[in-house]
Design a protein around this ligand. Structure first.
Ligand code: EPZ
Length: 436
């Protein structure tokens, strides 16, 4: 396994270009199963998760070309396999997005139940099941697999509500919306996810010939069609990657321009940065933090409370990074995680760096401290590992972030990009990883 060694105390300066969105490209790649034509993605990010999804699609019989620095092309066979490989799906929960397209295209799908993950607690799939059952599929769990079967005449459009106690379901909406594009008749999804990644998937499906209205609203209507066609698609920029680099600039007090992003996808985050009195400017496709000394009296971030919500609320995927920023604030902030109530695994690791953080039920209390100090820390999930790298950028001495395979899932070449901004960061192989 690898670790990232981060040298604290350097101000980041310069420009960073944002890659295509991980959480948009994964369901878009799964949509290739809906057609016998070629789906081409121009700007897929170079991520471990993209490779995992391509592995699942190959395993289902799809022809996959490109990747790394070039466009990706996926062409599903006339009769794709109907069963995913357990080991491949267990690597990445988002592989579950092949369920809807597979059952809509072939009438049956056997997809391994996604494992739990470090976001804390159980991550159910009841909404995926509810939506597919509303379309007439029979759905059962057997031997660790979810088996969905369309009725003899195929899926039929229906009205349904896909909200959960924690808001809408992003991949739940994606799975059901994809299945509904080939269902007979009209489908109305109430409580649909409004995330930009779901809108991007919907627009890609429209480009393939799907008839969808209401994208970006909680009510999405789909008129089924008999088949979908080829598409060449460029996914939206990754708003979470963009937000992560903006927070990195804010924490180190440097002038960092995050280019090729969509500021309108980060409205709530920018609002909180203003509340924290972090100076930055916004252009049509860029955000630039302004230089300042974040440690100087009066220049520290103001303590700013955050509660995570589905889009357009503050994104849960930036909660850990925000917590890292608030360890530098001149006072106490309250962070409330409403989407994944247990998504606080990063707190123990931030505390190892000297952060003054503690849980009070559903709340995380963060009191700013004058300085963090470098230590060995262990990443638990993709966004927590990003937060630990950010904290390492401002901690005294070196911070060793272990198990960085998490970070490689969602951040393209993070150490190269941070080094280009002036960070002292290197990747090292760890021969013998501490086993918990
Ligand atoms: C997507 O996961 C993202 N992943 C996550 O990003 C993101 O954190 C999450 O949405 C919330 O925005 C991808 O898009 C690949 P959900 P998803 O279904 O779709 C509950 C990252 O770091 N729920 O929207 O799996 C669930 O427990 C990852 O890039 C049900 O109750 O999340 C959670 O509390 C991490 N029943 C809430 O809904 C269900 O059937 C939101 O989950 C499904 C979900």
């Amino acid at each position: 396994m690898d670790k990232l060694v981060v040298e604290g105390g350097r101000r980041l300066e310069g420009e960073v270009d944002i890659a295509g969105s991980k959480n948009a490209v994964l369901p878009v790649l799964a949509a290739a199963l809906l057609t016998r034509e070629t789906l081409r993605v121009e700007n897929a990010p170079r991520l471990a998760d993209v490779e995992s999804m391509l592995g699942v699609l190959r395993d289902l019989g799809c022809a996959v070309q490109g990747g790394e620095d070039e466009a990706i092309e996926v062409k599903a066979p006339e009769h794709p396999s109907q069963r995913t490989d357990w080991e491949l799906v267990s690597r990445m929960r988002a592989s579950f997005c092949v369920l809807g397209p597979l059952v809509a295209r072939t009438g049956r799908a056997e997809v391994s139940l996604p494992g739990g993950c470090a976001l804390g607690g159980f991550r159910p799939i009841d909404i995926h099941r509810k939506g597919l059952e509303a379309l007439g599929a029979s759905v059962r769990t057997e031997g660790g697999y979810v088996i969905a079967e369309a009725p003899p005449g195929g899926l039929r459009g229906a009205e349904m509500y896909l909200g959960t106690a924690f808001g809408s379901s992003v991949t739940g909406t994606a799975n059901v919306m994809m299945a509904a594009t080939l269902a007979e008749g009209r489908t109305v999804i109430q409580g649909a996810a409004c995330e930009p990644e779901v809108v991007d998937l919907g627009r890609c499906l429209q480009a393939m010939g799907a008839r969808i209205e209401g994208l970006g609203s909680p009510r999405v209507e789909i008129e089924g069609v008999s088949e979908l066609g080829a598409v060449e698609w460029s996914v939206i920029p990754d708003r979470i990657e963009a937000g992560t680099y903006v927070i990195a600039g804010a924490m180190t007090g440097g002038r960092v321009r995050v280019r090729g992003c969509r500021p309108e996808h980060l409205v709530t985050v920018l609002e909180r940065l203003r509340e924290a009195q972090i100076p930055f400017e916004v252009g049509p496709d860029w955000i630039e933090t302004q230089a300042r000394d974040p440690r100087a009296a009066g220049e520290q971030p103001r303590p700013t409370d955050v509660t995570t919500h589905p889009f357009p609320g503050f994104p849960t995927d930036l909660q850990a990074q925000w917590m890292a920023l608030m360890t530098m604030a001149e006072g106490r902030s309250v962070i409330t995680e409403r989407v994944y109530p247990e998504r606080y695994m990063h707190m123990a690791e931030l505390a190892r760096l000297g952060a003054d953080v503690r849980r009070e039920g559903a709340l995380a209390l963060v009191s700013g401290t004058p300085r963090l100090s470098g230590a060995h820390v262990t990443a638990s999930d993709l966004r927590a590992s990003a937060a630990l790298v950010l904290a390492g950028l401002v901690a005294e001495g070196e911070t060793h972030v272990h198990r960085v395979y998490h970070i490689d899932r969602g951040y393209e070449c993070i150490e190269e990009r941070l080094r280009a901004l002036g960070a002292g960061i290197r990747r090292e192989r760890v021969e013998r990883e501490r086993v918990e």
